[in-house]
Design a protein around this ligand. Structure first.
Ligand SMILES: Nc1ncnc2c1ncn2[C@@H]1O[C@H](COP(=O)(O)OP(=O)(O)OP(=O)(O)O)[C@@H](O)[C@H]1O
Ligand SMILES: [Mg+2]
Length: 300
């Protein structure tokens, strides 16, 4: 098991603006653990579901004079599906970027306990906007994170095809990104993250640009992938219905500076059905939780 730990440099300016490292690393998906022992499978690789995989302690973020997140503590369990909800601008993307190692926090630390597995990356991120490389065809975009990870070209091609199939785009591998719809581009971003078979999948509103029917299909596909691969998912969404359908835990961020306002375990059995009364009741609780978050949100 590797423990990737990032502690805040003393510098008060950490986190201002885009770090150049982050800007590049973002496209390649996995700055945090990109080189973490790939090729070896240490004893910890099959460590048990439920143990802490991400530990955030006293995390704080500042942009210029503005403090966005303060004193945030959070443990994420291995194998969990956690949703983060909260109002626009509260700091959800910033939090994901901190976990991915793309943005150094102004205070606190991020500990990742992620297994090193051959042919996988520890962390992958699906960005709020998909950030495809316009000069690479779809297949080459999906394969971006596989370069340096899998030497065999034929195997890389298989992984690309499989990932594109998962998002329903197997026939788009040779297209240029500029000739895709917004929703298709977003799905390519998802395929790029899935292709590296991450232990921790960070998803920033991945389905927001996708029509309702395709979106439901992708939600079910994501649940299937989550169950079959054992990957842990941290999923940002504005959509409480989506959070209730997907997650086993929902965290509400609110306030400025923001912190955790609600932390709900979702105990509805899987194969959730939206038409069932228990689902409606859960949704009601989430709406209430978000409303309370707003009320306590210092004017947000
Ligand atoms: N590079 C940056 N420079 C200055 N301020 C920033 C920067 N990135 C984010 N912010 C500010 O930090 C706050 C949190 O931004 P963040 O993108 O994390 O919000 P969010 O919760 O993801 O919002 P949304 O739901 O709209 O995506 C916002 O007020 C935003 O304006
Ligand atoms: Mg965001």
């Amino acid at each position: 098991m590797d423990v990737l730990s990032r502690e805040t440099p003393a510098g008060a300016d950490a986190g201002i603006g885009e770090t150049p490292a982050g800007a590049d690393a973002g496209i390649g998906e996995t700055p945090a653990g990109a080189d973490a022992g790939i090729g070896e499978t240490p004893a910890g690789a099959d460590a048990g579901i439920g143990e802490t995989m991400v530990a955030l302690r006293g995390l704080g973020f500042r942009f210029g004079a503005e403090t966005v997140l303060r004193d945030l503590d959070l443990d994420l369990r291995r194998g969990g599906f956690t949703a983060i909800v909260g109002p626009s601008g509260v700091g959800k993307s910033t939090l994901l970027r901190a976990i991915a190692g793309l943005a150094p926090p102004a205070a606190g630390r991020v500990d990742l306990r992620l297994p090193a597995i051959a042919g996988s990356r520890p962390v992958a991120m699906v960005f709020q906007d998909p950030r495809l490389l316009p000069w690479r065809r779809v297949g080459a975009n999906v394969g971006f994170g596989l370069e340096g990870l899998i030497a065999d070209r034929a195997e890389r091609r298989r992984r690309i095809t499989a990932a594109l199939r998962l998002v329903g785009l197997a026939d788009r591998a040779d297209r240029w990104p500029g000739r895709l719809s917004g929703g298709e581009r977003q799905r390519v971003g998802i395929a790029r993250a899935l292709a590296v078979k991450p232990s921790l999948l960070l998803m920033d509103e991945p389905f927001s640009a996708i029509d309702a029917i395709t979106r439901k299909g992708l939600q079910d596909e994501l649940l299937r992938i989550w169950r079959e691969t054992g990957t842990s998912v941290l999923f940002v969404t504005h959509d409480l219905d989506e959070a209730a359908y997907l997650a086993d835990r929902v965290i509400v961020l609110a306030g400025r500076p923001a912190g955790v306002r609600q932390d709900l375990d979702i105990d509805l059995p899987r194969e959730r059905r939206r038409e069932r009364p228990a689902f409606g009741a859960l949704l009601g609780r989430l709406h209430q939780g978000l409303a309370e978050g707003f009320e306590g949100g210092d004017g947000i």
